[in-house]
Write a protein that binds this ligand. Structure first.
Ligand code: CAA
Length: 261
């Protein structure tokens, strides 16, 4: 597939996905969502990639939401279909078997805030702006905002942000737990890369299974959730990486480096 709106780059163990539609502040149209789905295929199949960074092109915007020009004339069926497409792609991103860091460089509004929430970790620049402006456009959040925002910041704050359609700055996003860290714009990519490399240098299967256990466990009661954890924990003992790392510890030497096996 020819990519028109997304740039996929690799730096060692890291894949960097940049959403790039400068004329619309990187807003997500159907074409971009379909390209993102395709890019996730590439990342999934690439065994060299152990962590992913998602960001927006340019200095102003991460993603300014779903594309309003495309949505404007949709009918009920088309609207629902667009919502299902966004939710499908974002859920795939959320469930990707590799950790994903959102490097939020500017506007993260509507679908932009929503795509950042489908990532595992959010690092924001001081210039980032978050919000769910949908009710001001006569719609509800449609790419997961009503669900992921609630899970991340709690029901009261999610309702306030969604009902008021008011944007918040990076420091407020940090205060309410929407983002993990705020840095100066010029430090954003380096911070995200450093974090991605730290994660990528740990045992990949253990990171993958931790992500799975967290994602599955958050959906259910604690006993079921803990059984997911036990399953993941047990599975690690079938890996070379567990044997090597623990043997190295006991023998008081440095481990050889994880092999993703
Ligand atoms: N969809 C389509 N085009 C968009 C866009 C969007 N979400 N956001 C910005 N653009 C376009 C503008 O139309 C403009 O295009 P033209 O140059 O052709 O006029 C261009 O990007 C630059 O935008 P502005 O001139 O508006 O830039 P600004 O700096 O004055 O304002 C902004 C920036 C505050 C982000 C403003 O563009 C804005 O409010 N954008 C819409 C944000 C929004 O409401 N997002 C939510 C969409 S709904 C959604 O996402 C639903 C869902 O849950 C799935």
């Amino acid at each position: 597939m020819e990519l028109k709106n997304i740039i996929l780059e690799k730096e060692g163990k890291i894949a960097i996905v940049t959403i790039s539609r400068p004329k619309a502040l990187n807003a997500l149209n159907s074409e971009t969502l379909t390209e993102l789905d395709y890019v996730l295929d590439q990342i999934e199949d690439d065994n060299e990639v152990l962590a992913v960074i998602l960001t927006g092109a340019g200095e102003k915007s991460f993603v300014a939401g779903a594309d309003i020009s495309e949505m404007k004339d949709k009918n009920v069926i088309e609207g629902r279909k667009f919502g299902i497409l966004g939710n499908k792609v974002f859920r795939r991103l959320e469930l990707l078997e590799k950790p994903v860091i959102a490097a939020v460089n500017g506007f993260a509004l509507g679908g932009g805030c929503e795509i950042s929430m489908a990532c595992d970790i959010r690092i924001a620049s001081t210039k980032a702006l978050f919000g769910q402006p949908e009710v001001g456009l006569g719609i509800t959040p449609g790419f997961g905002g009503t669900q992921r925002l609630t899970r991340l910041v709690g029901m009261g704050m999610a309702k306030q942000l969604i009902f008021t359609a008011k944007n918040i700055k990076a420091d407020e996003a940090l205060r309410i737990g929407l983002v993990n860290k705020v840095v100066e714009p010029e430090e954003l990519m380096d911070t995200a890369k450093k974090l991605a490399n730290t994660i990528a240098n740990n045992a990949p299967i253990a990171v993958k299974l931790s992500k799975q256990a967290i994602n599955r466990g958050i959906q259910c009661d604690i006993d079921t959730a803990l059984s997911f954890e036990s399953e993941a924990f047990g599975e690690c003992f079938s890996t070379e990486d567990q044997k090597d790392a623990m043997t190295a510890f006991v023998e008081k030497r440095k481990p050889e480096g994880f092999k993703n096996r």
